[in-house]
Write a protein that binds this ligand. Sequence first.
Ligand SMILES: [Zn+2]
Length: 185
Amino acid sequence: MKDYLLLVSETVPLPSDFNPEPLKLVDAWQGIFLEKQTAEALSALLTKVDPHHLIQLTSGFRSIREQTELFQTSIEENGLAYTNAYVALPYCSEHHTGFAVDLSIKNGTVGEIAPDFQDHPVVEAFLNEMANFGFIMRYLADEKTKITGIAHEPWHFRYVGLPHSQRITERGLVLEEYLEEVMSR
Ligand SMILES: [Zn+2]
């Protein structure tokens, strides 16, 4: 059983000897890899909410090296403030786990860092169903950004599995809050 509740953040980085091998990554879409159960759950969710295939996967698993390159390129292209808000440092990104997905709408902006995933009926359908398939919106807005350390990312979703996804989403929590509550029981 994999730890689908694994917390990875700026304050809780992965160990320096982190090895993605046991994740059993699978090619989820055109060379974008996800952990197997995450890929299967996403596929089932999209089959239900997106019959016309408008939603595309823009990012899944990233190696430490890929995250390092993304961070450096973003500093050059977008500056440090933007990069710190939206791009996690290497070892601090959920994308290393294979449990995180970035989604975009076809014909929307397919930026590597901030894809377009808002204000569309299929996005509404996705948001209404995601928790029933094990997914949460990971980086919520406003005061929650102080807890996650990441700006609101309406395109980034995290597989945590059932029933956690439903409990977290129903109560509008972020993963940090949920874990604290579970731990303190
Ligand atoms: Zn992401």
